[in-house]
Design a protein around this ligand. Structure first.
Ligand SMILES: Nc1nc2c(ncn2[C@@H]2O[C@H](COP(=O)(O)OP(=O)(O)OP(=O)(O)O)[C@@H](O)[C@H]2O)c(=O)[nH]1
Ligand SMILES: [Mg+2]
Length: 446
């Protein structure tokens, strides 16, 4: 017999009016409370149509009561759903009645937190429940649904298993120090190490693409004044968002439009053309452009195809470092056929609307949202990507040390820390305050 747990209650359907409204109870007294409200005994997993009554026996609502006995329920505890009408006043009265009978109001995410604490879901799966509820495109929703089923967790567990095998080799080499140097220098150990690093790098890329599905991506149009950045933004958005004139330095404010690139939510940003501006307003615009560039996930570097790439533009590209970047040759309508535009650039005419499909595919490619990568995307959050990044960095460090023949203790230490970082994803090694932070971001009733 497990120890009693406080019974929580909440309205689980969205606020507002609707055909059906559901009050959910979870905990030791869930069944007793619901049976009192319904005035009858409940059978496991059997829907019963009843009146829901208040303390004086007056009918509050009528509907269906469903009891899911522990442990085969969403939270792993006794759960009851009272499915009445979707009216906030009725539902609030029903919740108040349950509280009078001993339940307390659930905190946001508390049902899912209990599912995690009762091992019904691991942490990554529990977080995906919130992502599924909040997904803004069909692609993001599908990826989150796969994560609730454990896609990310399984991939992380597979990596952790490969890492455990490697650690067994390395740690046992430490236990026999006389054989240490020779053993760690052996080819199979090195190969195993490289395979684990590859596996981690691939999973990191898939998870980073998955995190972008939920967070969306910031793509910046940058370049010199008058090359047609604002024209391109308007054409891609199919509406006149930005002012376009033939006066260089027209755009000063940062302008944003939302694009759906093959299921990925992209925020495309138009910025002031980069040059040494003399007037104060334009200078501020240029400062804001640089601010956007620093936050961007990818840059579209627009140049005037009829002029070609200038030195200033090459310098700008260099300053973008290793940020994903594509050259967009606009005003290609002014070019003679087959002139300079190279395959490394995308030829576009914002004026005539040509080359736009290619710009969209280019954005998808820059964000890792194309081809094989798109199929391999695993739904993930920033927290998971950070943990995977940390694990991958430690594994690469361990690999360098192993290959350099550095002492086995250092290698073992890095591998141990990488392992802990991986386990924080599924919640095996997670601090309580982090759990509080994760579940408080849920909606109430889930
Ligand atoms: N021929 C041709 N002209 C274009 C094209 N795209 C834009 N233009 C013209 O180029 C001029 C500048 O366009 P904008 O879109 O304002 O350029 P911008 O890069 O936003 O300029 P700033 O805001 O000053 O940095 C306007 O006169 C546009 O009509 C194009 O594809 N072909
Ligand atoms: Mg502009």
């Amino acid at each position: 017999m497990s120890s009693p747990v406080e019974t929580i209650v909440a309205v689980s359907t969205p606020p507002g009016r609707g055909g059906v409204g559901i009050v959910r109870l979870s905990g030791t007294d869930a069944r007793r409370i619901a049976e009192t409200v319904c005035g009858c005994r409940l059978q496991p997993r059997r829907a019963r149509y009843r009146h829901f009554s208040d303390a004086d026996g007056e009918v509050l609502d009528d509907g269906v009561a469903l009891w899911f006995p522990a442990p085969a329920s969403y939270s792993g505890e006794d759960v009851v759903e009272l499915q009445g009408h979707g009216n906030p006043v009725l539902l609030d009265a029903l919740v108040a009645r349950c509280c009078a009978l001993g339940a307390r109001l659930a905190r946001p995410g508390e049902f899912t937190e209990r599912a995690f604490l009762n091992d019904r879901l691991d942490l990554a799966q529990a977080e995906s429940v919130a992502d599924l509820i909040n997904a803004s495109t069909a692609t993001a929703a599908r990826a989150a649904a796969r994560a609730v089923q454990g896609e990310l967790s399984t991939a992380v567990d597979n990596l952790a298993t490969a890492l455990t095998e490697l650690r067994v080799h390395v740690e046992s080499a430490l236990d026999f120090p006389d054989e240490d140097i020779d053993f760690l220098a052996e080819e199979p150990v090195r190969r195993h190490m490289s395979a684990v690093v590859d596996q981690a790098t691939q999973l990191l890329a898939r998870a980073a693409a998955g995190a972008r599905l939920h967070e969306g991506a910031l793509v910046v149009l940058a370049g010199q004044p008058n090359v047609g950045k604002s024209s391109l933004l308007n054409t891609l958005a199919s509406r006149d968002v930005a002012i376009v004139t033939d006066v260089p330095g027209t755009t000063r404010d940062v302008l944003r439009v939302a694009l759906d690139i093959d299921g990925l939510a992209v925020e495309l940003v138009d910025t002031a053309g980069l040059r040494d501006a003399t007037d104060a307003v334009e200078r501020e615009g240029v400062r804001r452009t640089r601010e956007q560039l620093a936050q961007a996930d990818a840059v579209l570097l627009v140049f005037d195809a009829s002029v070609g790439v200038t030195d200033a533009e090459r310098e700008l590209a260099e300053n973008c470092g290793d940020m994903p970047l594509a050259w967009i040759g606009n005003k290609s309508d002014l070019l003679a056929v087959n002139s300079e535009a190279t395959s490394a650039t995308v030829a576009v005419s914002a004026l005539h609307g040509t080359g736009l499909a290619e710009v969209r595919t280019t954005i998808a490619r820059l964000l890792g949202h194309d081809g094989a990568m798109k199929d391999g995307v695993v739904s993930a959050r920033r927290r998971h990507v950070d943990a995977l990044e940390n694990a991958t960095r430690l594994l690469q460090l361990a690999q360098t040390q192993l290959f350099a023949g550095v002492g086995g203790e250092l290698v073992a230490d890095d591998l141990r820390n990488a392992h802990a970082s991986l386990e924080s994803i599924t919640g095996r090694f997670t601090a309580d305050d982090l759990l509080g932070e994760i579940f408080s971001a849920f909606c109430i009733g889930k």
